[in-house]
Design a protein around this ligand. Sequence first.
Ligand SMILES: C[S@@+](CC[C@H](N)C(=O)[O-])C[C@H]1O[C@@H](n2cnc3c(N)ncnc32)[C@H](O)[C@@H]1O
Length: 248
Amino acid sequence: MKVELPLILKDNRDSFLISDLKGELHTHKGVIDLSEIKGKSYGDVVKTHKGHAFKILPFTPSDFFRHFKRGATPIMPKDIGAIVAMCGLKPDSLILDAGTGSGMIAAYLAYFNKYGEVVTVEKRAEFAKIARENFRLAKLKNVHQIIGDVHEVAEGFKKEFDLIVLDMKDDYLFIPSAKKLLKVGSYIAVYNPYIEPSRRVYEVMKKEGFTDLECFEILKNDYEFKRVGTRPLTRVWHTGFIVIGRKC
Ligand SMILES: C[S@@+](CC[C@H](N)C(=O)[O-])C[C@H]1O[C@@H](n2cnc3c(N)ncnc32)[C@H](O)[C@@H]1O
């Protein structure tokens, strides 16, 4: 298959995002003339002036986390995976995401929600701008960005949502509004790096009558296989806690 932009140039260690076929890419293994990529197919190689080969690969969701620009700290793929798998996501869902931050979870939700829409709300314009660039890079057309405070913005929503994701300060204050905005049988997922706010969210959800409540964290331990033996590679393994509830 002939290459399309953006694409990835990859060797065993490095991954470079290419959005333009003009000019040169300088790597520590030499310089690549990007015009040489024209007319090539995925799986072909391009070589640096020192002869080091990079494979040409398509840009896919597995590249979002590595190559998206960062504003606010994004949710990691392991946590996004749990939310996607546990919260009844269908490919035609209407999803509310607050705050947008770097747009990481919004992008994954939009990608796996091909026929639906993600409404993502961010109060800081500079973060919304970074997220917009990321959505453009990922060619996502089904993300609707709103700049504003979700507490105020939500008062104007006329439709009910299939999923609400919160990753923002004072998340617990939005739980009563979320209850009103969700369709019956739908989920809310709240991500938080600290356990105290997660507990508060859990308690407010319980008070609001959400069911199937769960508070958990996902641990992903990476291992390195060395000649002398195998050992954990992950040094910081904690990212955040997720609280999930269902409106019944
Ligand atoms: C940790 S970041 C979210 C990261 C995002 N989930 C991602 O995966 O890239 C939290 C964001 O929430 C925004 N925020 C905080 N309170 C908000 C509110 N009331 N309404 C809208 N956005 C808010 C912050 O400005 C910040 O950008």
